[in-house]
Design a protein around this ligand. Structure first.
Ligand SMILES: NC(=O)c1ccc[n+]([C@@H]2O[C@H](COP(=O)([O-])OP(=O)(O)OC[C@H]3O[C@@H](n4cnc5c(N)ncnc54)[C@H](OP(=O)(O)O)[C@@H]3O)[C@@H](O)[C@H]2O)c1
Length: 369
């Protein structure tokens, strides 16, 4: 159990207004539900495309979630995605990658700290690609980014919804044994494709062995996340971790929760018991902070031979837990196992909100914003 956090630290003096970009989409709705009930933030602007701007949120958005419809914000007028119309000091972006590339820099230049789900800036060398439990030190890229781009604000990204279920167990193994090679096959939920996403006729009773642009992200993002931050005076950069990843990404008829089968070759010799210990004792780097969206347990290893399963395990800890299981030796590489996480919470909205909490608690974003 990793729940040894010090529950005593940061909290802003008053709630911080936030803007949600792409608020009408699958991820945007999850942002709103989280922010509507958040101790540090409140939703000041819900923004979406020109198709939605000017309408009531309840008219512009097809609400998909349980609980209070529209999280109680159905009467709010949707704003356009422009800082002149929807500025907040903290911005959560659930935009598609194309619009994100144009819109997020406008908010960062205007002074917003933009916490983005989109892939547009993830691999830029001055942009943190953050999983707070693994690489919070990469926030040191923020002043570098601001100096380089002349922005008062900044952009912080979270990984692709599949990368997080990969990077979490890999971090535990890399820290203890070093990593050489990784083979991963994903079984990704339908909600990962947004709404309306994949047609029912294509996905019901079927597996689609291709997700456009996905494998290249899964094959590169973990190396950046598990890379080493190098400081040189006021400069900072990340040297990517050198292991190689081969990915096959598939879409399966599951609503929420991405499941990955992972095989690894380690740098040093280890026993099965060593791996069990590495997973069980892995310490998240956010353990010292009391963050509202942090799971009580970041990485859980299940012993049951038929777990993890999306329907039974994805919602644990508000969808913020990564669950691994079926750990065994691999006759080709060294070991293999299954990893599971919630793609729209741990892989999207929850991840961004946790990034913002971490950046605030660590002082990389001023709490007086
Ligand atoms: N779904 C997941 O599991 C997941 C996980 C991780 C990351 N992501 C990433 O998160 C982002 C959103 O994904 P999603 O699944 O929520 O997509 P989605 O359901 O299709 O929602 C897209 C949102 O972007 C808005 N939008 C589209 N074009 C726009 C434009 N030109 N200008 C301004 N707003 C625009 C839409 O507004 P309208 O309603 O007005 O069209 C909608 O609010 C994507 O970058 C995706 O790759 C998704």
């Amino acid at each position: 159990m990793n729940d040894n956090r010090n529950h005593s630290t940061f909290s802003p003096q008053k709630k911080i207004p936030v803007t949600i970009l792409g608020a009408t989409g699958v991820v945007g709705q999850r942002f709103l539900r989280r922010i509507a009930d958040h101790p540090w933030f409140y939703p000041a602007f819900l923004a979406a495309s020109d198709r939605s701007a000017g309408k009531k949120y309840s008219e512009a958005c097809q609400w998909h979630l349980s609980g209070l419809p529209y999280a109680g914000y159905g009467d709010m007028t949707v704003a356009p995605c422009a800082p002149e119309a929807a500025f907040s000091p903290i911005v959560f972006s659930a935009l598609d990658t194309g619009p994100a590339r144009d819109i997020e820099p406008l908010f960062a230049a205007a002074g917003s700290y933009v916490f983005s789900n989109a892939s547009a800036f993830r691999m830029d060398e001055d942009v943190p690609l953050l999983i707070p439990e693994l690489n919070p030190d990469h926030c040191a890229l923020l002043p570098v980014q601001q100096a380089k781009r002349g922005w008062r604000g900044a952009i912080v990204t979270n990984p692709n919804c599949t990368t997080v279920m990969l990077a979490a167990p890999l971090a535990a193994l890399q820290a203890r044994f070093g990593l050489d090679a990784v083979m991963v096959t994903s079984m990704q939920a339908i909600s990962g494709a947004g709404y309306p996403g994949v047609s029912a006729l294509d996905i019901v009773g079927n597996v689609i062995p291709y997700i456009r642009n996905e494998e290249s992200k899964v094959e590169s993002e973990s190396n950046k996340i598990l890379g080493t931050l190098v400081r040189n005076g006021s400069a900072a950069s990340v040297v990517a971790a050198p292991f190689v990843v081969s990915a096959t990404c598939t879409r399966v008829p599951v609503i929420d929760g991405h499941t990955l089968t992972i095989s690894v070759r380690l740098k040093t010799k280890a026993s099965l018991e060593d791996l069990v210990d590495a997973f069980r004792t892995f310490e998240p780097k956010t353990a010292a902070y009391d963050l509202p969206s942090a799971p009580s347990r970041f990485l859980a290893l299940l012993a049951a031979e038929d777990r993890p399963q999306p329907r039974k395990d994805a919602e644990e800890d508000g969808g913020m837990r990564i669950t691994v299981g079926r750990l065994r030796t691999c006759p080709i590489l060294d070991f293999k196992f299954v990893s599971l996480g919630h793609n729209t919470e741990r892989g999207a909205a929850g991840a961004s909100v946790l990034n913002a909490e971490t950046a605030l608690a660590m002082g990389f974003v001023p709490s007086t914003v």
